[in-house]
Design a protein around this ligand. Structure first.
Ligand code: BYC
Length: 480
């Protein structure tokens, strides 16, 4: 089996030798119709027959792994692709560090691995469900195509996790694979597993914030799982990361383009007070303070995805060699962390203070700190766009205690600077920190579809370059 090139002959493109693995192939072929039903039901609404200029993975060679062509989404080739096996790979951390990486699930870590794979798998269809209405209000065909690209790739990521469940977890794995198609984002009875994946993505600013902040959590979690001593999981996540980069690109450049348009419209109208919200909104663009509030909301929801500050689950997963740290191989320490500490922000006697905790218990925080650093790079790019048009405003990430539902700070209320406040004061001032109903109504009023090739809605600037170097007026979606 050539692991670089993908076998496209069967129903399920793959580089895992499915043709020689009848049991798993049959299990996946049985799962396939349910998946397609889910996609028709919960995937992009109203565009299933449209031809979309999509990227499909055809190889796992980093130099040329994808091809672009028009595809109807239900006919997209959702395949199972693992990054090439690293010869003689060792478990890189934890108590098994230096032992041969596992090609099968070690019995004692079966439940732990299954749980992590199911949680990861659950987020993928959840995001498609959250974004299913957005096609109708796309600000351009370019953006519509990017949305659908993200959606089909999240679908492929679900396939990736389902393959692991079907191949390595027997009957339990099959049940979990079914359950992944049954849960629904935001459903009161059968919700998705993690909080942020049950929130709404009501408009395109939210979509760009989600792909900036929540997909970036995806990147961090996949990086941590890509370190796993369980080699098939590591290889799966390594390949998923190549696709994930585009999702964050969509988010970050989407917000940048909104900012550019707002600042340009302000300049053209001779407005330089970014806080004169009414005047800015009259120009038909989104004011910067509202963009800040959306960032506050999506960043804080994404922080919740890192779990609690002090976590035995995280400690156990690292000790077991199952889930590592961000870029484990670049860290200079013993990679076992049996001694040593990590500084964690905690709530101590009603105050927010740093406390040194055992390094193993603080692993969720370590990953979250790496995440915040990564987010700040993106926010820096947004601020450069604002600076270029000399508008006196800076987007800032809120404090980690702000608007939290999981962990240390879920029991208190804090403003975006981390000042604690009473519940009553928070309720009174909530609309200053996260989008109010009026903000949401205003944004919604702008969400009018623009479907002419090369044209963009008035609240967002065109991109600098096209997808696959296509010209500005390229018809990225041929709407049926
Ligand atoms: N919501 O020990 P703790 C992506 C539960 S995004 C609800 O602190 P742990 C994507 C927790 O399950 C990346 N419950 O948690 C992005 C535990 O319950 P049990 C997705 C939560 O395990 C965009 C209890 O609280 N991948 O790919 O250290 C588009 C104690 O928690 C939450 C992963 O997350 C929450 N937010 O850390 C598409 C990787 N947080 O077991 C896709 C896999 C915690 O006591 N998952 N709880 O019943 C993990 O690594 C970990 O499970 C978590 C939580 C980081 C999620």
């Amino acid at each position: 089996m050539n692991v670089i090139n993908v076998d496209y002959d069967g129903m399920i493109p793959n580089n895992v030798g499915l043709n020689q693995d009848l049991r798993v192939r049959k299990a996946l072929e049985k799962w396939h119709p349910g998946y397609l039903e889910w996609w028709q039901d919960m995937g992009p609404e109203g565009f299933q027959q449209s031809l979309v200029y999509l990227r499909t993975a055809v190889s796992v060679d980093p130099k040329g792994w994808a091809k672009f062509d028009y595809v109807r989404m239900p006919e997209y080739k959702w395949g199972i692709l693992l990054a090439p096996q690293v010869e003689d790979r060792k478990v890189p951390f934890g108590s098994h560090r230096g032992e041969k990486a596992w090609q099968e699930v070690p019995g004692e870590y079966r439940a732990m691995l299954r749980r992590l794979i199911v949680i990861q798998g659950d987020t993928e269809p959840a995001s498609v469900e959250q974004q299913r209405h957005l096609g109708k209000t796309a600000p351009s065909l370019y953006d519509m195509r990017n949305l659908f690209q993200v959606n089909v790739e999240e679908g492929r990521h679900l396939w990736a996790m389902v393959y692991l469940l079907q191949k390595y977890f027997g009957a339990d794995g099959r049940d979990e694979a079914e359950a992944l198609l049954q849960r629904r984002s935001g459903d009161p009875d059968t919700p998705r597993m993690l909080g942020a994946f049950n929130e709404k993505t009501p408009d395109w600013l939210s979509f760009f914030m989600f792909t900036t902040f929540t997909d970036r959590d995806g990147k961090m979690q996949l990086e941590a799982l890509a370190q796993s001593g369980f080699d098939p999981l590591s290889r799966t996540c390594r390949f998923m990361l190549t696709e994930e980069a585009h999702h964050m690109f969509v988010g970050e450049t989407g917000v940048t383009r909104i900012i550019e348009r707002t600042c340009q419209a302000m300049k053209d109208a001779g407005l330089d007070d970014p806080h004169d919200i009414e005047a800015v909104r009259k120009l038909g663009v989104i004011d910067l303070p509202t963009i800040q509030k959306k960032a506050n909301l999506h960043f804080s929801l994404s922080l919740d995805l890192f779990g609690s500050e002090i976590s035995t689950n995280a400690a156990n997963a690292f000790h077991a060699g199952v889930k590592g740290r961000f870029r484990e191989e670049r860290i200079k320490d013993d990679h076992q962390l049996e001694s040593g500490t990590y500084p964690v922000l905690r709530l101590i006697d009603g105050k927010i203070e740093l406390e040194d905790v055992p390094a193993l218990s603080g692993l969720n925080m370590r990953l979250r700190d790496d995440y915040v650093t990564d987010c700040n790079v993106g926010v820096g790019r947004w601020n450069r766009a604002i600076e270029q048009l000399s508008i006196p405003f800076q987007i800032k990430l809120p404090h980690v205690a702000f608007h939290r539902h999981i962990g240390e700070f879920s029991s208190v209320k804090a403003d975006p600077d981390g000042n604690l406040m009473s519940d009553a004061e928070w309720e009174k001032r909530r609309g200053e920190f996260v989008p109010s109903e009026t903000d949401r109504d205003f944004i919604e009023s702008l969400m009018q579809a623009q479907r002419e090739p090369g044209k963009f809605a008035g609240w967002i600037a065109p991109p600098k370059v096209g997808i696959d170097n296509k010209p500005g007026d390229f018809e990225y979606v041929k709407i049926a």
